[in-house]
Design a protein around this ligand. Structure first.
Ligand SMILES: NC(=O)c1ccc[n+]([C@@H]2O[C@H](COP(=O)([O-])OP(=O)(O)OC[C@H]3O[C@@H](n4cnc5c(N)ncnc54)[C@H](O)[C@@H]3O)[C@@H](O)[C@H]2O)c1
Length: 380
């Protein structure tokens, strides 16, 4: 069995550790005690996670003498709104908290983003601990300090950068995660290989299926390597003014796909990112930036595991609708899209030179089921 592993996100006074391992919920109190200022925390979770994992977490906290009050939210993206944010803040305040009381976010990205934003604003900033329980949250949303809620104008538009004081990623909690959610999180794991670590992608090709099937040691290694990859970018660019944008690989296409499918259950965020990453590779190949073979290799891996790789799978995502949605993205500047493209597996780069008309021509071909084998497109 792999031992618990720890890495540090080095952000000066906002530095914190990410602990990855097994059976960490049972040790939550001992692990959290040194990161918080008071032996009292408020655990925020959702109904699904509460039913499965809350008691172990509470027992782990109690074992180290940490008093925990609990707030349980309804599950799902709809909870990340102003109404639930307001209610959560009122509920936390009604517990009579002090500046030194910490919030513990026990759940997926929804709980982490919402509880994190509450922590960022309550009493002008409380400490908070991320205890992510989905693969997506363990490898992505719990690390890096982005917290937010959704508005009717779009997702994640009201929020704050607020780093946690500790991240505890217990891979055992992934055992209860439905396969579809696990796979959606896996897309973000693949992203780290595709943007900057070819050897990690090689490793995922060899181990991805076993990891998804339940091998805890492989899961631990994938979570640790993903967190290390994200941390290495976050420490260079905490507030996303440059390099951190590489983490949006697959997301410009992905967000448009999610918007066109209503941000709902028909296409999960990670599924949209998988298809978005494939489109980014296909477009990179069509523009002559990257070899066709790389785009094929990505398709082979994603589709073998059951992630979507063709636009044809999403009838509402017509090329016109996609391009119109992408142009509303915050990443558009001067009429040009900022895309993250690839020179090869493990070599992503930011590209501001692609005209929307070029992307539209590419998407029209992609919607007809054609991909990187098509003749090259001119860049602009
Ligand atoms: N802050 C960031 O940097 C960042 C990055 C990526 C995504 N996000 C946000 O993350 C959110 C998506 O996160 P998510 O995919 O974790 O979704 P989620 O939090 O909605 O969790 C998915 C589902 O799994 C359930 N669940 C959670 N843990 C479980 C477990 N161990 N066993 C069984 N069921 C479990 C939840 O109750 C929910 O029904 C989005 O709101 C997105 O905007 C934030």
């Amino acid at each position: 069995m792999s031992a618990t592993q720890r890495l540090t996100v080095a952000l000066g006074p906002r530095s914190y550790d990410i602990v990855v391992g097994r059976r960490l919920l049972a040790e939550a109190g001992a692990l959290i005690a040194s990161a918080v200022r008071q032996k009292r925390v408020v655990v925020v979770t959702d109904e699904h996670v509460a039913a499965l994992h809350l008691e172990r977490c509470r027992a782990g906290l109690a074992a180290a003498g940490i008093a925990a009050e609990t707030i349980v939210l309804p599950p799902g993206e709809e909870t990340k709104d102003f109404a639930h944010f307001a209610q959560l803040c009122e509920d936390v305040l009604s517990l009579g908290i002090e500046r030194a009381t910490a919030i513990v976010a026990l759940g997926g990205g929804v709980v982490g983003d919402l509880a994190g934003f509450a922590a960022a604003t309550l009493l002008r900033g409380l400490d908070f601990v991320q205890v992510p329980t989905t693969l997506l949250a363990q490898v992505d949303s719990a690390v890096g300090g982005k917290t937010a809620i959704d508005t009717r104008h779009g997702k994640n538009l009201v929020g704050a950068f607020h780093q946690p004081v500790l991240v505890l990623a217990d891979v055992d909690v992934l055992e209860t995660l439905p396969r579809r959610e696990l796979l959606a999180g896996y897309a973000e794991v693949v992203k780290y290989g595709l943007i900057g670590d070819r050897a990690f992608f090689d490793w995922l090709e060899a181990n991805g299926a076993a990891l998804l099937a339940g091998d805890a040691a492989l899961r631990q290694e994938a979570v640790l390597r993903s967190c290390a990859a994200k941390a290495s970018i976050v420490v260079l660019d905490e507030r996303e003014s440059g390099k951190r944008a590489l983490l949006n690989f697959g997301h410009t296409f992905g967000h448009a796909l999610e918007a066109l499918t209503g941000f709902g259950n028909s296409l999960l965020h990670g599924e949209a990112v998988a298809l978005g990453m494939q489109l980014a590779f296909d477009l990179s190949a069509r523009l002559g930036f990257c070899p066709n073979a790389a785009a094929h290799r990505v398709r082979r891996h994603l589709s073998a595991l059951g992630l979507p790789t063709t636009l044809a799978a999403i009838p509402t995502a017509t090329p016109d609708a996609l391009i119109a949605t992408m142009q509303k993205d915050k990443k558009v500047s001067g009429g040009r899209l900022t895309l993250v493209l690839a020179r090869d597996i493990g070599e992503a780069f930011l590209c501001r030179d692609v005209l929307p008309a070029t992307v539209a021509a590419f998407l029209a071909d992609a919607a007809r089921g054609r991909n990187s084998l098509e003749p090259a497109l001119p860049l602009s």
